[in-house]
Design a protein around this ligand. Structure first.
Ligand code: FCB
Length: 487
């Protein structure tokens, strides 16, 4: 069995301790057109919750429920990016970022979720986009990264199929304003995650706990909304838009390169054998193929909502790329009957601060499997880790784990590209430490450290390292030394 992280020698024939022969084994080459970026989301960084006409989102309200968010943290100030965006763009420039993925806060654009746009809200993103372009950074805009206007929640939110109209109107407003300069759009961020954690598990906003009938209706409305949003972008865009969404990639990693294990992992990744609302195909097949997967329909049939036949036409839209947010994945092998079976990780296996396993091969198999099935160019729209970072006595933030994690994952991504997978770019999550949803500010995902009480930013070692990675178009991934002299 090849466990890359514990036995790198099997895969890369390199001695992890001495890092011998790196030139030979880490020969990673990224195409010249490959885009190096970083990502954020409006609610997680902006703050200025009550400024310039912004109304509350479901997350503002959720933060006020006792114990819903770690230590009662809120997004009221966050990284104060709303006021510090110029400084943040200067940091991006310092890193040499080529692309920046950010999201637009619906409650800034339409505070009540419908009706006339709020000029001040639009103005903020207008200036941000100008600032990015002036810094030579390509803007990648996400229309929805979970901050649903609270008013719409009170009108039924995602359970009300009118949301498709509301969102299409919001999309039109944003695209009319920005599409002379923004070409790349992502409609929704991780529909599965906000759907399931927010409406079934109740651990994300708005904190509901629905059962299958409501959940399947809600998912259907999300898919319909995506379809309407894609149509609205194409109709309103002033340039030829490139559209995707950021899927929470449920990646399965073959435990070995035995074809049986590869087939088992791929089969597991794209089949539904239980009432699993996370299933990749339940979310992606309708959009890409125009129908729910048959195996899932059999299982969910008793709970399925009735919907107009035309809905599938709206849901089935041509997407230009598939954004994948990939952080880790379980190892799968074929059992004696050829069926997929989980392979437990050995005791002591490396974990991030959030206790997510470090499984770099997810950035090989994820893009490869998604690309094989959906035949679309792939972007890694998120990948990264939360790490126990603090300011050392020398005033710097040393985060060798982030460098190692990112390096391992990028090596795997490079391998996917070398094997023919069309991967267009990589967005590290995240540019800044930020509000990590129910975990509040406890988790630090940034390349840049944020001292939340003062708002001060400090580039971590990983930020400098990532800057060099970008400058060398990935060539420095081969270098044996990477944790010393980073700043
Ligand atoms: C993803 C979210 C992103 C961030 C990372 C860690 O699920 O899209 O906002 O919270 O996880």
């Amino acid at each position: 069995m090849t466990l890359y992280i514990t036995q790198p020698t099997e895969r890369h024939e390199i001695d992890e301790v001495t890092m011998q022969q790196p030139e030979k084994v880490y020969e990673v080459k990224f195409p010249d057109t490959f885009l190096w970026g970083a990502a954020t989301a409006s609610f997680q960084i902006e703050g200025a919750a009550k400024e310039d006409g912004r109304a509350p989102s479901v997350w503002d309200m959720f933060c006020r429920i006792p114990k819903a968010v770690y230590s009662g943290h809120t997004g009221d100030v966050a990284c104060d990016h709303y006021h510090r965006w110029k400084e943040d763009i200067a940091i991006m420039q310092q890193l040499g970022l080529q692309a920046y993925r950010f999201s637009i806060a619906w409650p800034r654009i339409q505070p009540e979720g419908t009706g006339k746009p709020n000029p001040k809200g639009l103005d903020f993103y207008d200036k941000l986009v100008d600032g990015l372009l002036a810094a030579n950074i390509v803007p990648y805009a996400t229309l929805f990264h979970w901050d649903l206007p609270y008013e719409l929640h009170c009108r039924g939110g995602w359970l009300n199929r009118d949301i498709a109209d509301w969102f299409a109107d919001y999309t039109r407003i944003v695209v009319e304003k920005l599409s002379d300069r923004v070409k790349y759009w992502m409609t929704l961020n991780e529909p599965g995650v906000f759907g399931i954690l927010g409406y079934r598990d109740g651990i994300h906003a708005p904190g509901e706990k629905y059962d299958y009938p409501e959940m399947l209706r809600l998912i259907h409305n999300i898919l319909l909304t995506n379809g309407r949003s894609v149509q609205a972008i194409r109709a309103a865009s002033k340039t030829v838009a490139q559209i995707g969404w950021a899927h929470a990639g449920g990646v399965r990693i073959p435990a070995t390169e035995d074809p049986k294990d590869i087939a088992a992992a791929s089969h597991y990744m794209f089949s539904i054998t239980s009432k699993d609302l996370w299933a990749n195909t339940w979310w992606l097949d309708p959009v890409m193929f125009g129908h729910y997967p048959q195996d899932g329909l059999k299982i969910f049939e008793p709970h399925m909502p009735a919907f107009p036949a035309d809905d599938m036409k709206t849901i089935h839209q041509k997407m230009d790329f598939l954004g994948c947010n990939i952080y880790h994945g379980p190892l799968i092998k074929a059992n004696d009957k050829g069926e997929p079976e989980h392979v437990p990780l050995p005791p002591g296996y490396p974990l991030t601060a959030l206790k997510w396993p470090v499984t770099p091969e997810c950035l090989y198999w994820g893009p490869r499997f998604f690309h094989d099935r959906y035949k679309l160019p792939i972007y890694i729209t998120e990948n990264g880790l939360s790490n126990q970072d603090w300011v050392a006595l020398d005033g710097k933030v040393h985060d060798p784990q982030r460098i190692d994690y990112t390096r391992r994952h990028l090596i795997e991504l490079g391998r996917a590209i070398a094997d023919g997978v069309d991967v267009q770019g990589y967005f590290h999550w995240s540019l800044l430490d930020n509000f990590e949803w129910a975990e509040g500010y406890k988790e630090r995902f940034g390349l840049v450290y944020v001292d939340f009480p003062s708002g001060k930013r400090i580039l971590k070692d990983s930020a400098y390292w990532y800057g060099r990675t970008i400058a060398s178009n990935g060539a420095n991934l081969r270098l044996p030394r990477y944790s010393e002299n980073e700043t």
